[in-house]
Design a protein around this ligand. Structure first.
Ligand SMILES: [Zn+2]
Length: 189
């Protein structure tokens, strides 16, 4: 039982991703309702249960508004691990300063983009105009800051069941443009 389980607050805010053992304990303690099962079953001494995939806390947990740290990992996650110049997607990406540091470009959300090594070495110290490649997306600070780690959040949005419960970065993941707020509202109502 090594699968991960998405934990939602009582208002459907994604709170955490925990392991199956912890999720099952929450179910048995009556602290959560299971919203989705993952289809696998597990046995206890007396019964067979279906493993949860998404659970929702019965009592609301108050959390301070999280701050999203600007980091290489969070920039790569925001850009969906896709080079913002050529569209290459992979795990070997680096981060490029759109306005080069040499010209005063800063370490900010709107000046950093995911970039493959090829484009990075071609762009080097050039400006966008000199490089001649438009950006796939205008880089911005993500509006939505998840409680769960940003990387986990973005990876979690690839889970078809979880996706309905995770707010979407429409700027960077156009394929995920679903009515996620509506589906959350429907689920809540
Ligand atoms: Zn590239």
């Amino acid at each position: 039982m090594s699968q991960e389980v998405l934990v939602l607050n009582s208002d459907y805010e994604p709170l955490n991703i925990c392991n199956m053992r912890r999720a099952i304990a929450l179910v048995f303690l009556g602290k959560v309702d299971v919203l989705h099962e993952d289809g696998h079953s597990f046995h206890t001494v007396s019964s067979i249960y279906t493993a949860p995939s998404v659970v929702r806390l019965r009592n609301h947990v108050r959390r301070p508004t999280p701050q999203l740290k600007l980091s290489r990992r969070s920039v790569l996650a925001r850009d969906n691990h896709t080079c913002q110049y050529c569209g290459y997607r992979g795990t070997d990406l680096t981060v490029d300063h759109v306005i080069p540091k040499r010209l005063g470009g800063k370490n900010t959300w709107d000046n950093l983009v995911a970039c493959c090594k090829k484009c990075n070495s071609k762009k080097s110290d050039k400006t966008l105009a000199q490089f001649g490649h438009p950006l796939l997306h205008t880089p911005r600070k993500p509006k939505y800051v998840p409680f769960i780690s940003f990387t986990k959040f973005v990876n979690g949005s690839r889970n078809l069941i979880w996706r309905d419960y995770l707010p979407v970065f429409q700027e960077t993941n156009p394929e995920f443009v679903t009515a996620e707020r509506e589906s959350m509202a429907n689920a809540a109502g």
